[in-house]
Design a protein around this ligand. Sequence first.
Ligand code: URA
Length: 267
Amino acid sequence: MKAEEYPFEAALAALAWQVELGADEAVGEMPIDRFAVAERAAQPDARQRAPVPAAPAAIPGREAVLRGAAEIAEACTDIEELREALAGFEGSRLKKGARNLVFADGMAGARVMVVGEAPGREEDAVGRPFVGRSGQLLDRMFAAIGLARTARSRDAALYITNVLPWRPPTNRDPAADEVELLKPFLFRHIELARPEILVAAGATAARVILERTEGIMRLRGRWAEWRGIPVMPMVHPASLLRDSSRKRGAWADLLAVRERLDGGGSQ
Ligand code: URA
């Protein structure tokens, strides 16, 4: 299809392609005629040619970036410092495509800390984890065992974060290298929050925290441990929204958390 013969169809296809890439709103004041830009670029005018970029002085290798991330996270002595360190961390490509850092919500120091996967569109827009539909379900699930992110007492509070603090474009699954790079920040976050119980919500959180490769249906419902802290792996609330037959298991897992908080139940 030639753009000049089918201008409407070509414009529609270009728009669909942008949406596919994750563009979900127009940010410029003025529209840009991309076809005119392409024509200008094709003209052999030396003045319009893009300058050859200078070679960067030194791009740190992957190993150095990983080491740097671990050192930065390790050096943080409280949760606010960790939040600031992440906000200033430029090593993750996810940050460039995200609007906001999504660090945590609820009470740091709550007895229960929930770790999800990554922010979605709503979370990215407001900078808080689990505020969309799956977040509302998560709130209802924990309210059923007497826990809430808005609670003021430590006993009734909940602390919520994600494996990734920035939204992956188009809500795609996190890539292994993205998780690997940001893992030291998550682990330091858990160490500094010192929960009595960790809930790994979904396969990504369960695999990262437990260093396992099985699917969440194999892991869920069985107490595990992360550096001495009991971990309950559960099905992610987004998955419960898609498949309500999984809710019965999730309810059993929540009851196991309640029982353990009350001083009973273990492995
Ligand atoms: N899903 C997650 O795993 N985390 C969020 O914050 C929102 C949706």
